[in-house]
Design a protein around this ligand. Structure first.
Ligand code: ATP
Ligand code: MG
Length: 256
């Protein structure tokens, strides 16, 4: 059985895709078998890994029953890391899913065969920003959530919103066992008091949820995708790679 973890936050630009690509790569480096599924029609995960997927290579044809999910799994240049890319068309899934009798169960049903095969240790979902059907479906299909939060003024407010949504999904019986693997502070700038205050505030409010690992703001991390590489190959000894390796250890500890 694979463990499905959605990397999610309704807020845009907080580091979901950066974390999806680099945590996946760090877990693969540790010998884990990983499938990353890009759920965001912006389709950034593939280019971040140096891939240019053909049209029709996303989950969309699976959603409409034209292909089996296994056919959409693509190898990446990172050993142990496979990808199901997104494409702009994925947005059309929202309509398809909405037509289902039980819309929120659709994605879970689609993922089920690869999940139960156990070919992958972890299946990570890179979620889109905003609370749409693709995002809520991901929450419904996940076992656990990893919530990246940017170290900025409204961080706590944003996380309260997503925790409310999680509680609603649990109470409504959509996904009663959904748990929070952790809240990840991203783009931390040690030179600003704001960054320090935000981390402190979140640690006080969610003491056992916030990861000890904090991802610093690093130009290298923002550059790596334009070279089609994870930070582990772009700058293997830098602070970004070190942080995501450390995160992968904490991630594994928490899921054991
Ligand atoms: P979206 O909601 O649009 O999908 P996202 O939450 O996936 O965004 P990313 O795309 O990972 O966020 O990051 C947003 C921007 O911030 C990108 O340009 C990325 O390169 C940059 N970024 C992410 N993490 C860091 C970091 N630790 N240091 C510096 N830049 C970062
Ligand atoms: Mg993204």
């Amino acid at each position: 059985m694979s463990v499905v973890v959605a990397i999610t936050n309704q807020k845009g630009g907080v580091g979901k895709t950066t974390t999806s690509v680099n945590l996946s790569s760090a877990l693969a480096e540790k010998g884990k078998s990983i499938l990353l599924i890009d759920m965001d029609p912006q389709a950034n995960a593939a280019s971040g890994l140096g891939l240019e997927p053909e049209p029709g290579s996303s989950l969309y044809p699976v959603m409409v029953g034209e292909k089996a999910i296994e056919q959409q799994i693509t190898a990446t240049s990172v050993e142990g890391l496979s990808l199901i890319p997104a494409e702009v068309d994925l947005a059309g899934c929202e309509v398809e899913i909405a037509r289902e009798a039980n819309p929120l169960a659709k994605l879970r049903t689609i993922i089920e065969p690869i999940k139960s095969q156990g070919r992958f240790d972890y299946i990570l979902l890179d979620c889109p920003p905003s609370v749409g059907i693709l995002m809520t479906s991901s929450l419904a299909a996940a076992d656990g959530l990893l919530i990246p939060v940017q170290c900025e003024f409204y961080a706590l407010e944003g996380i309260t919103k997503i925790l409310d949504l999680v509680n609603r999904l649990k109470q409504q019986g959509v996904n009663p066992d959904l748990y929070i693997v952790g809240v990840l502070m991203t783009m931390y700038d040690a030179r600003t008091r704001l960054s320090q205050q935000v981390v402190q505030e979140l640690q006080e409010h969610l003491p056992d949820k916030v990861f000890k690992t904090i991802i610093p703001r690093s130009i290298r991390l923002s550059e790596a995708p334009s070279f089609g590489q994870s930070i582990l190959s772009y700058d293997p000894q830098g602070i970004g790679a070190t942080s995501y390796r450390q995160l992968s250890e904490e991630f594994l500890q928490r899921l054991q």
